[in-house]
Design a binder for this molecule. Structure first.
Ligand SMILES: C[S@@+](CC[C@H](N)C(=O)[O-])C[C@H]1O[C@@H](n2cnc3c(N)ncnc32)[C@H](O)[C@@H]1O
Length: 263
């Protein structure tokens, strides 16, 4: 069992800090699902830590670690690295996966989700998961959006962070001109959008390669982004709700595109 003061363990623990994640280009993935998906992606897992209980419970996952050794740690050490109420007893130190937006666009994506100034890690993870499920190619974190490598976002993505292309630190102002050059229709979402989502689907436009833009939980998308996008789209609200939760709006929009593109 590694001592709680072990230097590698201390370095891993520091990855709970956003600054240290930025400086090292590393992050923590906790729990069976995240670690399994991380191990399935080549050259991603750098270190593995497990409690005595975690070693037993995750025996099958830990049988094929691509040569990465597993260090046993105490329950206390696992708690200090965990952002969950109930630590999972299995933690991987991973290499960050994001790629430049130029690389994403050069791959000619057909469906992209863009978060502009989104600040809830739970929503960020849920959108990564939904984008993955809807077959989207990439999720772009623009403006001062939340860090997708935070413990909460990684957990909420349920392994999908390891499946889709991710770009971070993208300028919210020039993202639309990049999309235009790459042949992507830009679709800005807002409760007061000029175009109803169902009308857009009926028009056939959703079958084109598209980038959906989603805004901040409290303030929505900046007016400049809405004005510059090809379409401003509203999901119709039939009842008394003021708006949809960000991740729920993303699910409705991304699946509308997936349906149109895959018919
Ligand atoms: C809670 S809303 C922000 C509220 C803001 N009043 C608005 O309507 O944009 C957060 C994000 O969810 C998405 N959203 C929520 N309700 C929506 C709706 N009815 N139509 C389109 N997008 C919606 C948009 O991306 C929005 O920026």
């Amino acid at each position: 069992v590694l001592s709680d003061a072990n230097a590698r363990l201390a370095a891993a623990r520091r990855l709970t800090s956003p600054r240290v994640r930025r400086e090292t280009g590393r992050f923590l993935a906790e729990g069976a699902q995240a670690v399994r998906e991380a191990l399935a992606r080549p050259d991603t897992v750098l270190e593995l830590f497990a409690t005595a209980d975690g070693l037993v419970r995750n025996d099958e996952i830990l049988r094929s670690t691509n040569g990465v050794s597993v260090d046993e740690i105490s329950d206390k050490a696992a708690s200090s690295m965990s952002e969950t109420v109930t630590p999972q007893g299995l933690i991987a130190v991973c290499r960050q996966l994001d790629v430049p937006i130029e690389t994403i666009l050069a791959r000619r994506p057909r469906l992209v989700a863009v978060l502009v100034h989104a600040n809830d890690p739970g929503n960020a993870g849920a959108i990564l998961r939904t984008a993955d499920a809807a077959g989207a190619d990439a999720v772009i974190f623009a403006g001062d959006s939340v860090d997708p490598y935070s413990g909460k976002a990684v957990r909420a993505s349920a392994g999908s962070l390891f499946h889709v292309d991710v770009a971070i630190g993208v300028d919210a102002e020039d993202v639309l001109s990049r999309f235009r050059k790459a042949g992507l229709v830009s679709l800005a979402t807002t409760g007061v959008g000029a175009t109803d989502l169902d009308d857009l689907a009926d028009s056939g436009r959703l079958s084109e390669p598209s980038a959906w833009l989603f805004g901040n939980e409290a303030h929505g998308l900046p007016a400049a982004v809405i004005d510059a996008a090809d379409e401003s789209v509203r999901v119709p609200i039939y009842g008394g709700a003021e708006s949809l939760n960000l991740a729920a709006a993303a699910a409705v929009c991304l699946y509308a595109s997936a349906r149109a593109q895959r018919r």
